[in-house]
Design a protein. Structure first.
Length: 279
């Protein structure tokens, strides 16, 4: 009985601390930049942010791991892969995001997102570039004692480059308003994001973005990264709603990339690690 009560209390705690399929920041790089990543997205993790950015990504795979709010029982795992298609057909992206809550050897809650993305170019001239992308998400929710619930969502994204140094990104998440639960009791979060990033110097990026989740306050995200030496890049960021500060680093070793991101939170801090390979 004590174990059952503990599990029920923990389910209540988790559900109230984070909405179902909340934004867990699946990229260590994005986390370090305060989440200001929708106008930057240029690696495989674009599948989770702005799918249009995949067209700027080389062939690469990224595997990530973090403990949400430094909780041993709440773990986020991610895998993202991007592949250039032949004959200018664009870029294909595949992603898996898994957030699991385990306690006393019991799997209390599991949220999984299986993502398939495609990005392609519609404008490319000497002064500007415009890529468009879309993502099909399959959501899978499993709560101990309540069964499993699937849902399907569609994301759209655009990424424009102006005069080589400025990028403008725009995304809509869950355009089709998917829901889970009996009779669609829980709507998954619909979001719109718009941002601008600027490259004042080579290997330096600054980014400012606005994110609006329906029925929530508008969030402000800002971040920056700078390559200090050939193998080391440093990052920092800040966001609102709630206020959070972040930092991180990237280590490049041949075709292997190791990223670390850290952010504060009103609940607790989160450390995020990832390793990537370019091929």
């Amino acid at each position: 009985m004590k174990k059952i009560l503990t599990v029920l209390c923990l389910v209540f705690l988790v559900v109230n601390l984070a909405a179902i399929f909340d934004d867990y920041e699946p990229s260590a790089r994005a986390r370090a930049m305060g989440g200001a990543y929708y106008s930057v997205s240029d690696d495989a993790n674009a599948v989770f942010y702005n799918p249009a950015g995949l067209n700027s990504s080389a062939n690469n795979i990224i595997i990530g791991y973090s403990k949400i709010f430094d909780n041993d029982f709440q773990v986020l795992n991610t895998v993202a892969l991007s592949m250039q298609l032949p004959r200018k057909l664009g870029t294909l992206g595949i992603g898996l995001q898994s957030m699991d809550v385990d306690f006393l050897d019991v799997s209390i809650l599991s949220e999984k997102i299986y993502a398939l993305s495609h990005s392609f170019n519609i404008l490319n001239d000497i002064h500007s570039n415009l890529d468009i992308g879309y993502t099909f998400n399959m959501y899978h929710l499993s709560i101990d004692g309540f069964g499993e619930q699937p849902a399907f969502g569609i994301n759209l994204g655009a990424l424009a480059t102006v005069h080589q140094r400025t990028q403008i990104g725009f995304t809509i998440t869950n355009l089709n308003n998917p829901s889970v639960g009996e009779d669609g009791a829980h709507d998954l979060p619909q979001k719109m994001s718009i941002g601008i990033s600027y490259h004042p110097y080579t290997d330096v990026i600054t980014s400012l973005e606005l994110k609006k989740t329906m029925n929530s306050k508008t969030e402000i995200h800002a971040g920056a990264e700078a390559k200090i030496v050939e193998m080391l890049t440093l990052r920092c960021g800040v966001r609102s709603e709630p206020t959070s500060y972040s930092m991180g680093a990237r280590f490049d070793m041949y075709n292997i990339v190791v990223d670390y991101g850290f952010n504060t939170h009103t609940i607790d801090s989160t450390h995020h690690f990832s390793i990537g390979y370019k091929f």
